[in-house]
Design a protein around this ligand. Structure first.
Ligand SMILES: Cc1cc2nc3c(=O)[nH]c(=O)nc-3n(C[C@H](O)[C@H](O)[C@H](O)COP(=O)(O)O)c2cc1C
Length: 197
């Protein structure tokens, strides 16, 4: 059994955490990228499918290739960020299920059913994208998720050798510069978008 986290941890993960446009001039090391994966991989996915595939754009060449395929405002964010992660999804994730979910023949649920495989990949890779954001925050880093880019172009530029892998969204990563963001947008109280049935 676990205890609730301290208020300071809840602030870091949720209440004080923000989406950043630009970052402080402070490097992010490869060990930190590996540490994000080593936390986010524990977030649940259906049948432990783990469909997310991530390309961490660290080099100038990778950032420029990605920025050229993004909306202009997003391109500047990519070029200036220490790292931008492409959160992609493997539509043939089920080929790994004999290893990742060995209790049963889960592969057979998806073989020959591309629609189910793609829906499952999108749902679970999006969840993994959220786990990525929360893992980064837990490790003291900030992110800037973005969907304003040419998905087909990114797929051609980064996943040409694996046509079953498609981009979902991208996220900059670093130590957020508070000067680069507006005030927090509204977050309504429970009664607005919830009901207890
Ligand atoms: C999936 C996703 C896509 C987004 N796409 C963009 C984008 O293309 N460009 C951008 O500037 N911000 C983008 N955002 C940032 C959101 O506007 C931002 O996370 C939201 O307003 C909450 O901001 P806050 O975390 O600072 O409260 C995106 C966020 C998410 C989660």
């Amino acid at each position: 059994m676990s205890e609730p986290l301290a208020d300071s941890a809840l602030d870091q993960l949720f209440r004080a955490a923000r989406t950043y446009n630009f970052y402080l001039d402070r490097p992010v090391l490869e060990d930190q990228l590996r540490a994000i994966w080593d936390l986010m991989k524990y977030g649940p996915t259906s049948a432990n499918s783990l469909p997310a595939r991530i390309v961490w754009c660290v080099s100038d060449a990778a950032k420029q290739k990605l920025a050229a395929l993004a909306m202009p405002a997003n391109a500047e964010k990519i070029l200036k960020a220490p790292v931008t992660a492409i959160i992609a999804m493997d539509h043939e994730f089920y080929e790994h299920l004999p290893e990742l979910f060995p209790h049963t023949d889960a592969r057979s649920w998806f073989v020959g059913n591309a629609a189910l495989a793609q829906t499952t990949a999108f749902r679970n890779a999006s969840l993994q994208g959220a786990y990525f954001i929360m893992a980064a925050r837990a490790l003291g880093l900030d992110t800037g998720p973005m969907s304003g880019f040419d998905n087909a172009g990114v797929d051609a530029a980064f996943f040409a050798d694996t046509p079953n892998v498609k981009s979902n969204f991208i996220a900059t990563l670093g130590y957020g510069d508070p000067a680069s963001i507006f005030e927090r947008s509204p977050r309504p109280d429970f009664g607005r978008f919830n009901r207890i049935a």
